[in-house]
Design a protein around this ligand. Structure first.
Ligand SMILES: Nc1nc2c(ncn2[C@@H]2O[C@H](COP(=O)(O)OP(=O)(O)OP(=O)(O)O)[C@@H](O)[C@H]2O)c(=O)[nH]1
Ligand SMILES: [Mg+2]
Length: 421
């Protein structure tokens, strides 16, 4: 089964809770607060690899959670951070927000880690809340809790060269003789059912070749395996168009050439304009060399045509050299140009005040979420700390502007407070 589009669920780790603790040492009966901060939650990190060429593994494993941070400890001990979760995907995987369809990242570069979700911040320990007027705070901050998101992974293979052509013309055989790949080869149509990638070495250089299932006339209407796999050669720089010159199957080679190019055009006009090298394969079976001259004449002088026998490894060095020389002239591939888009945008300055009914005002936003992690409703000191923050950070002013009066209710998260002037 070949899978190049899947939905998965990811969640970064929660931050650990800050500790509430007081020093207890011999000779220091009322030691100060020494509760340490909680640890950070682990990030969700994506990494592109060439060890994979499809997304099938994600069909069976679709939920990914990074480790939570641990709680802080006494003696100002900071909680252990959660470990990052590294998700390996084939190079060329595009990560989208499943809800909005917006692209978050293009996993274009090998081994370049991309943080898609950041772990939650650890909460502050009670030591942090100590002040001249608050010598022994009995409260600490909760760790930041993170949300789960659904993302869609879409593979669009990255390779320098794409092999195209009718079924059974020897594309996979060619890939197996030029590269390290060992694709399935057999004497029937549609042996290749999903893309194969191979690395070709040419002196100190190397380049990637992608072999896809064969195309036939009408592929755009779903004939054969259809057009579906062409998107895996859209991100190539050069196409190698393989043609069976032996006429073994009774088709005319030049007609094959035109038909496949027509199918390319129907899929994507840009792809049809991509530079092509034409490879006439199965030369070992050719008795009548006039047909080669005829092909070359019909295709025109300015097209590059190379005659090979993949099976006999005849002229393969010449082919590799020609491909490399062409590639050198072509611009390098670039990742998708995407607008910056973060999945879990945390605006820690955002303050939203809404009047929800006559006497009730709801306060929300990243700023509030952050400071409200410190409220312990049944702890007087904790509440007074919280009120102070609301006053000092201008939230009370905003409430006043909105018309709040003595005795009104202020709703923050799930907690209601009475507003007292
Ligand atoms: N005589 C001869 N046969 C070849 C040559 N190259 C490939 N073949 C044979 O052609 C048949 C098809 O080869 P494949 O490499 O599977 O062809 P393909 O184009 O990948 O086919 P699909 O995956 O079905 O699209 C196999 O039996 C190969 O052994 C060649 O140079 N000469
Ligand atoms: Mg094949």
């Amino acid at each position: 089964m070949f899978v190049d589009n899947v939905k998965i669920y990811i969640k970064a780790g929660n931050g650990g809770k800050g500790a509430i603790s007081f020093r207890r040492e011999k000779g220091i009966p009322n030691g100060g607060p020494d509760g340490g901060n909680g640890g950070r939650g682990g990030n969700i990190v994506f990494r592109a690899t060439r060890d994979l060429n499809n997304l099938v593994a994600f069909r069976y494993h679709a939920h990914f959670r990074a480790q939570n941070g641990q709680a802080g400890g006494s003696n100002n001990k900071i909680g252990k951070s959660g470990e990052d979760l590294i998700i390996k995907v084939p190079q060329g995987t595009i990560i989208k927000d499943d809800e909005t369809g917006k692209v978050i990242a293009d996993m274009f570069y090998l081994n370049k880690d991309v943080i898609i979700l950041a772990g939650g911040e650890g909460g502050k320990g009670n030591c942090f809340f100590k002040s001249p007027t608050r010598q022994a705070p009995h409260f600490s901050q909760m760790g930041e809790s993170t949300k789960e998101y659904a993302v869609r992974l879409e593979l669009k293979t990255i390779a320098d060269v794409g092999l195209i052509g009718y079924p059974n013309v020897g594309k996979s055989t060619l890939l197996s003789v030029v590269s390290n790949a060992r694709p399935k080869i057999a004497n029937y149509h549609f042996t290749t059912l999903s893309p194969n990638l191979g690395v070709v070495k040419y002196y100190e250089h190397n380049f990637i070749v992608a072999d896809i299932p064969g195309l036939i006339e009408g592929a755009s209407e779903g004939q054969g395996l259809g057009h579906e796999f062409l998107r895996h050669i859209e991100r190539t720089r050069l196409l190698v168009h393989v043609i069976d010159i032996s006429r073994e199957e009774g088709r005319d080679p030049y007609n094959d050439y035109l038909t496949i190019n027509e199918e390319l055009k129907k899929f994507n006009k840009e792809l049809a304009k991509r530079p092509q090298i034409v490879v006439l394969n199965k030369m070992d079976k050719v008795r009548d060399y006039a047909s080669i001259d005829e092909f070359k004449y019909r295709i025109g002088k300015n097209k590059k045509v190379i005659c090979v026998s993949a099976i006999c490894r005849q002229n393969i060095e010449e082919l590799i050299k020609t491909i490399w020389q062409e590639l050198e002239k072509l611009p390098k591939l670039e990742p998708l140009e995407i607008e910056e888009y973060e999945l879990d945008k945390k605006d820690k300055t955002e303050i939203i005040v809404n009047k929800v009914s006559n006497n009730v005002y709801e306060v929300s936003g990243g700023f509030i979420e952050n400071i409200s992690r410190g409220i312990v409703v049944n702890d007087y000191e904790s509440l007074s700390y919280f009120w102070k923050r609301l006053k000092n950070d201008g939230i009370v002013d905003i409430l006043k502007k909105k018309g709040v009066k003595d005795g009104d209710t202020i709703r923050i998260g799930k907690v209601d407070f009475e507003y007292i002037e």
